[in-house]
Design a protein around this ligand. Structure first.
Ligand code: AMP
Ligand code: ZN
Ligand code: FE
Ligand code: FE
Length: 285
């Protein structure tokens, strides 16, 4: 069984349609994927329909934005009721904050002598319901200002760079509670990737387990080197967490994140499904 539990479509900041993503997953010999778009369930009906046609199980997923002391972190939700009113209201609030941030980023860029507008970003993002910095990055690439999304982040859009604008996100403990209230489970995405090692130190992760019933952590992720992976693997075992692996695929939007480049072990997947069932949530077939 080949299982990849973290992927994005163009309903958020991936570049493949949900159908295309599933086709690519079948091509990559994956048996199970989770579609985990940022702050939206919008691509799931299409992905699950495509999954039935192409023999790929599609687990209901989401990558929720969250806030830990003013720093941005991500939490993956699996098996949630996609109609849960409490969760949906919070996701709507975050997508609205994402949208409101775009003109602010454009204004920062204008101050730097780069003339791009909200309309340019909306055109670039086509049907995306969840707007993100990668869509602004794509406009900068199309305008020839930078060569890639990565370069756009490094020069302008990453935290601490001149066009960075913060936005509202759910407090992390509350995000986990909301996922549970929607009968899903919560897994910390790339907890020690990029700069998040200092944002999510081990004692704090332990607190999330005890106070909020955190279910798992992503271990095998491209943003974790092999030493980090072994530390997380051991910590997860000590805390009784499900330890997952994934590509965090964004189509052409992210290099070195090919589908299936990291996988979730079948035993971990079964553990995750058992936890979802325990919450009364939805598992594929
Ligand atoms: P946002 O949702 O607007 O906060 O933007 C976060 C998204 O941008 C995530 O999906 C990341 O994968 C992507 N991202 C963050 N940093 C970088 C980077 N340095 N290069 C490319 N993509 C990035
Ligand atoms: Zn993304
Ligand atoms: Fe993420
Ligand atoms: Fe992601």
């Amino acid at each position: 069984m080949r299982i990849d539990l973290h992927t994005h479509s163009n309903v958020s900041d991936g570049t493949d349609t949900p159908t295309r993503l599933v086709l690519e997953a079948a091509e990559a010999d994956l048996d199970v994927i989770a579609l985990t778009d940022h702050d939206t369930f919008g691509g799931l009906v299409e992905a699950q329909e495509a999954g039935r046609r192409h023999g790929v199980r599609v687990l209901t997923g989401i990558e929720m934005s969250a806030d830990r002391d003013g720093r941005s972190v991500h939490v993956l939700g699996y098996g949630c009721d996609v109609r849960d009113p409490g969760l949906l209201a919070e996701l709507t609030r975050m997508r609205e904050a994402r949208r409101q941030r775009v003109p602010q980023m454009c204004a920062r860029l204008r101050d730097l002598g780069i003339a791009i507008t909200m309309d340019d970003v909306l055109m670039q993002a086509r049907g995306a319901v969840s707007l993100g910095r990668p869509h602004v990055a794509d406009v900068l690439v199309a305008a020839g200002v930078v060569g890639s999304r990565t370069e756009a982040f490094e020069q302008f859009l990453a935290e601490g760079r001149p066009a960075y604008v913060p936005r509202y996100a759910t407090e992390l403990g509350r995000a986990i509670d909301l996922l549970h209230a929607a009968r899903g489970v919560a897994v910390l995405a790339h907890p020690w990737g990029r700069q998040s090692r200092s944002v999510l130190p081990a004692p704090y992760i332990e607190e999330l387990v005890h106070l909020h019933g955190l279910d798992g952590i992503e271990v095998d992720h491209q943003d974790h080197d092999s030493h980090t992976r072994s530390l997380l693997f051991e910590m997860g075992a000590r805390l009784g967490l499900v330890r997952t692996g994934s590509s965090d695929y964004h189509g052409a939007g992210k290099v070195d994140h090919e589908l299936g480049c990291n996988l979730t072990r079948p035993t971990a997947y079964r553990e995750l499904l058992a936890r979802i069932r325990g919450r009364g949530g939805a598992v594929p077939r």
